[in-house]
Design a protein around this ligand. Structure first.
Ligand code: HEM
Length: 465
């Protein structure tokens, strides 16, 4: 009852047949041939791809206890990750992951997630970004880096207690390092290193990736050291201070999950996982507004009615803005930015819809196949905000809306991301109308086909309303 799949070669398995440049398309082809649950072999790794809402739901939610481990990749050893000390994103399903995830969630909450203070910080950052748009005076520009700056500032203010000016040299350097890391990890060789561990030790193969990661860690270590030097146990400034408090409490206990390495890796996780995803979604959001001006008009009408042009949006407004809420959901559904989520692994023998999945099988949950499931969505391959509206124009939640995945490993930053998307987006459209520059062709809806799917570079104009 092991899932079917294409014939594989000895040792290499299917690695030579797989199209690493476009895994989603390759998997879509195999799904047609072998069905919703099929298997591949990448060298020693048994890989099962799970497709479609019903299968993914059973795998991620019903069988969550069995499917929430992460595969071990030798590339992580080179970053200094240890079996029981790997931050959150890549951590094995065990005590350290549980402790650090719980701590991170509660600390984010303490810093105002769902409360005023964090929302205010997001609104303030959105304000800075709007000033930048305004300064462009309707000239065409690519919003990519400015949106990145603003979104990573939100994470910086939670983790480091500070934001950076957009022209701050050090900040520009860090964001450059971060972009290098994203670019390097999207290349084919680093992806192959996950399955052919020996590549990690071949000189030159991984150098770009490792140096990007080292540089980013050096920057984070500097900030942690500064915090340690100025630390006052009576004043909790930010996430790092909260972690330092935990380190004090468990001093001398070598079994504790709270240690120096986990501090660095967790801060790194929040910074990397929290920036690229949200900022890419916002970039898709602006792209769809210039491509679908009617939708933009309707959102602006709703903003004018509920918020007006003067007052800043707040999270309380969302409940009164069904159309805007539906559009933001549809941006996430249609953009589908993390097509295969982060790989999971079975922690014991289990079954999904009658298929046997032995302990140690790597699972790729195809979130794309859920967000575009033809049996669920009326127009899966079109931008259609009505997917989230009932006949009376009221917002409806959809079970198959899983851009943040689901189950025990569901995105830790989901609430923060939703808050950012709503506040940034409503503030943009309250203040500006976006359109395609007059002398430029209509931008493409094509996306990159990397781990995080992004729009192709485009330019827009922002006209003050
Ligand atoms: C639109 C924005 C975002 C999207 C679409 C997104 C999506 C995801 C997805 C698909 C996963 C993998 C879940 C799984 O393994 O099944 C994930 C994990 C994670 N995300 Fe996000 N994310 C977003 C924003 C954020 C933000 C803002 C943060 C930081 C505060 C964050 C932190 C994390 C962390 C730490 C994990 C690992 C959770 C774990 O392994 O337990 N994400 N995210």
């Amino acid at each position: 009852r092991y899932p079917p799949g294409p014939t594989s070669l000895p040792f290499l398995g299917n690695i030579l047949q797989a199209d690493f440049k476009n895994l989603p398309e390759y998997c879509a082809r195999l799904r047609k041939q072998y069905g919703d649950v099929f298997s591949l072999q990448f060298c020693w790794e048994n890989l099962v791809i799970i497709n479609g809402f019903e299968m993914v739901k059973e795998g991620l939610i019903t069988k969550s206890e069995d499917t929430s481990d992460r595969p071990h990749y030798s590339i992580s050893d080179c970053y200094g990750y240890k079996e029981n000390c790997s931050g959150v994103v890549l951590a094995r399903y065990g005590q350290s992951w549980r402790d650090i995830r719980r701590f991170s969630l509660s600390t984010l909450r303490d810093f105002g997630l769902g409360k005023k203070s964090l929302a205010e910080r997001v609104t303030e950052e959105a304000g800075f970004l709007c000033s930048f748009f305004k300064a462009k005076e309707c000239h065409p520009f690519d919003p990519h880096f400015m949106i990145n700056n603003a979104v990573s500032n939100v994470i910086c203010s939670i983790i480091f207690g500070d934001r950076f000016d957009y022209d701050d040299k050090q900040f520009m350097k860090v964001l450059g390092l971060f972009q290098d890391l994203v670019d390097a990890s999207n290349e084919i060789l680093p992806q192959l290193m996950n399955f052919i561990p020996v590549l990690v030790y071949v000189p030159g193969v991984a150098s770009k990736l490792f140096s990007a990661q080292d540089n980013l860690f050096d920057f984070l270590k500097g900030i942690i050291t500064e915090h340690r030097e100025s630390w006052d146990p009576n004043v909790r400034r930010d996430f790092i201070d909260a972690f330092l408090e935990e380190l004090e409490k468990v001093k001398g206990d070598p079994r504790s999950s709270f240690n120096e390495l986990n501090l660095l890796l967790t801060v790194g996780d929040l910074f990397t996982a929290g920036t690229e995803t949200t900022s890419t979604t916002l970039r898709f959001g602006l792209l769809y507004m210039i491509l679908y001006p009617d939708v933009q008009n309707r959102v602006q009408e709703e903003i004018d009615k509920v918020i007006g042009r003067e007052r800043k949006p707040t999270m309380d407004d969302r409940a009164n803005m069904p159309y805007t809420n539906a559009v933001i959901h549809e941006i996430q559904r249609y953009a589908d930015i993390v097509p295969f989520s982060v790989p999971h692994m079975t922690s014991r023998d289990t079954e999904v819809k009658g298929f046997f999945l032995p302990k140690g099988t790597t699972l790729m949950f195809n979130l794309s196949s859920v967000l575009k499931d033809e049996s669920i969505w009326a127009r899966p391959y079109q931008f259609y905000p009505e997917h989230f509206l009932d006949a009376d124009g009221q917002f409806i939640k959809r079970e198959a809306f899983l851009p943040f995945s689901a189950g025990r490993r569901v995105c830790l930053g989901e609430q923060l991301a939703r808050m950012e998307l709503f506040l940034f987006y409503t503030m943009f459209l309250q203040q500006f109308t976006f359109f395609i520059p007059r002398d430029k062709p209509r931008p493409s809806e094509e996306t990159t086909s990397s781990t995080i799917r992004a729009p192709m570079p485009y330019q827009l104009c922002a006209e003050v309303r």
